[in-house]
Design a protein around this ligand. Sequence first.
Ligand code: EPZ
Length: 422
Amino acid sequence: MDAFVINGGSPLRGTVEVSGAKNASLPIVAAALLAPGESVLLGAPKLADVSTLGLVLKHMGATVRHDDADGSLHLDTSNLHSQEAPYELVRTMRASILVLGPLLARYGHARVSLPGGCAIGARPVDQHLKGLEALGATISISHGYIEAKAPTGGLKPGHVHFDVATVTGTENLMLAAALLGGTSVLHGAAKEPEIEDLAYVLMQMGADVEGAGTETITVRGNPHLKPFRHRVLADRIEAGTLLVAGALMGEPLTVKGCILDHQERLLHCLEEMGAKFTLDGDSITISRMERPRPIDVRTAPYPGFPTDMQAQLMTLMAVGQGVSTITETIWENRYMHVAELDRLGAHIRVDGRTARITGVEKLSGSTVMATDLRASACLVLAGLVAEGETHVRRVYHLDRGYEALERKLAAVGADIKRVREP
Ligand code: EPZ
């Protein structure tokens, strides 16, 4: 297992580039299942989660190739021999559930392992299943697997009503509806930017999608979709993570490749905390703050404050003035980074869904354990600012969603290296 060893206090100077978005790449990889032939995803990030979904497609008979030269992902699903996503793969990457909709629409049946929960919560998929049933699917659960069947003649277009705004649930239903001749309407859809990126891909493939980014998405499907060639959008959560690194240690740090609209809420929070930054095209240049001012934040579906940035902002609050609070409204167990931050000298108390962060002058390095993807990012950020050496263990969590983060940070001055642990 790998770990990061970080010596805190090194200023970050220069420019760091944002990679392609994990949470846009995953549904787009699943979209390759909708059309025979080779699809190409340009700028796909080299991440464990994307590789795992590639393995799921390979397991079914697809050919998957990541071109090291230009970072493009080549996917050919012309000759699938199976429509099953096995537990061994799905349990390591629960967004594999995204193959369910496309398989059902193209082949009329699918067998996908229930993803199970993860560190941050139960991660139910009831809305995915309810939505597919609204398109005519018959779904049963047996031995931990979702057994889904379409009626004779295939799924039918229809109206789907989500009870809760679900990102991958919305994406799963867009994927299924895109292949059906006729019009489907998704009511109560999630509005994340990754959903809009998927809509661009589905339109390029030959479907007609309106309303992506709003709570009502209309999909006029096409039973003869074509493969896509698409450059994935920038990862707004990686960009946000790097901006927090700049707010902690930038002298100054320029984060290049940002989509400014996607950073609006975070930049508003950073401004309230006293951050100074300049915008120039797709670059944001930010400098370290002495003692950030306290603020109160509630996570919310897009365009609200992203839950995937909650742990990272907590690190900045931990070395701020006064008492800040974060209320996590999306996931029921997304505070496992708190105990680890407290080991570094932070002063954080959790009461139900709300964390109270009393800022301290400084954090002091120690050994900490990553527990989930964004918790590990928060601990790396804490290591950059803590006095002395911080040892972040189990960084395989980080590798799921950040492409060579230690190399990016070292290139702008951080004293950080990856070590192999027994
Ligand atoms: C996506 O997860 C992201 N993952 C998550 O990012 C992100 O935290 C989450 O959206 C919220 O923004 C990907 O896009 C691959 P949801 P997803 O379905 O789709 C409830 C990261 O760090 N719900 O939008 O699984 C659910 O319990 C990851 O990159 C149901 O009740 O999240 C939650 O409270 C972590 N039934 C809320 O909806 C369902 O069928 C939002 O979940 C589905 C969801």
